[in-house]
Ligand binder design. Sequence first.
Ligand SMILES: Nc1ncnc2c1ncn2[C@@H]1O[C@H](COP(=O)(O)OP(=O)(O)OP(=O)(O)O)[C@@H](O)[C@H]1O
Ligand SMILES: [Mg+2]
Ligand SMILES: [Zn+2]
Length: 329
Amino acid sequence: MVYSEQVFLNALKILEDRRSKAEQEVQEKKKRIFESIEELGKLSKEIAEVSLLAVKAIANGGAAEQVKQFKLKSLELQKKRDDLLKENGVPKDYFKCRYYCEKCHDTGYLVNGFCDCLKKLLINEAARDFNIKAPLDKFSFDNFKLDYYDNNLVPGLKEPVTPREQAKKNLDFCREYARNFSKESPNLLLGGGTGLGKTHLSLAIVKEVLKKGYSVVYISAVQLVLNLEEHRFSSNEQGKYSMDSFLKCDLLVIDDFGSEPISSFSVASMYNIINTRLLQQKQTIINTNLSGQRIVDQYEERVASRLLGEYYVLKFYGRDIRQVKHLRF
Ligand SMILES: Nc1ncnc2c1ncn2[C@@H]1O[C@H](COP(=O)(O)OP(=O)(O)OP(=O)(O)O)[C@@H](O)[C@H]1O
Ligand SMILES: [Mg+2]
Ligand SMILES: [Zn+2]
């Protein structure tokens, strides 16, 4: 699992808030009860004093009998305090700290690694991180409508299909893909003109896959290259994502592939990402406006052959839905 540093910081901040809230609650409860039961303060002070005497006696190598007397006195006073609380109707575990997560006491860590509560927070925070740029709620399989697509055959295809039939196939495929996402899932290339639902469907997949607990990075090709350049030229690793985050996440979605400025650096970076992820059997989804021929022209043969040969291709046809929507209102 790889999360950006900001996602980590956000999750740890939430844990810290939970912890201090739980501890503060105990302090407030104590304060309230001490104010309402006057004798309690006196008793607590006495218990503290006796405990201190016992500790001092032990430290000074005091006689066993003397230490025992202090302990007995302390127990007696504690019992008195408990009885007093009981008389006043205060439950025995009233001052117990109520952590949000009892397993890790809101630290996020267990001896063998991350606690489930931290894992859950990281997923939520990663999802929220996308939300800032793209409200994930807007993109679901359920609000992906088919009647925006024409029902006339797309001209010039070997296997005749209408934009709507094709959109239905894409929707069904992506829904199943998200439902069954695993290390064995194929890589996807979503190709077609502008405004046809590629980003929409890929974000719907992102949302479902995040819910399953996988780590996902969704990024436009432009941002991806910018991030890598920032990392390359800065010594303090300030860029949000490093090459490592693109190589290690369970699912990487590169949106608008082909719209990034093409340089030998960007082409080499794309090749590295695509090739390494294929070798490590990590899933990648790429959205693009480029035709197969344009991919061959714009990238090296080795990038094009991997995308066209080893990715499952979903084609999108029809008229720009941004415009169709606009005309309908
Ligand atoms: N089938 C659909 N049902 C409802 N809304 C849709 C559908 N397809 C696309 N949209 C909406 O239309 C807009 C454009 O779609 P989207 O961004 O997915 O297109 P795209 O194929 O990624 O285009 P581009 O190539 O320009 O990035 C978005 O607001 C999206 O939510
Ligand atoms: Mg798009
Ligand atoms: Zn926990």
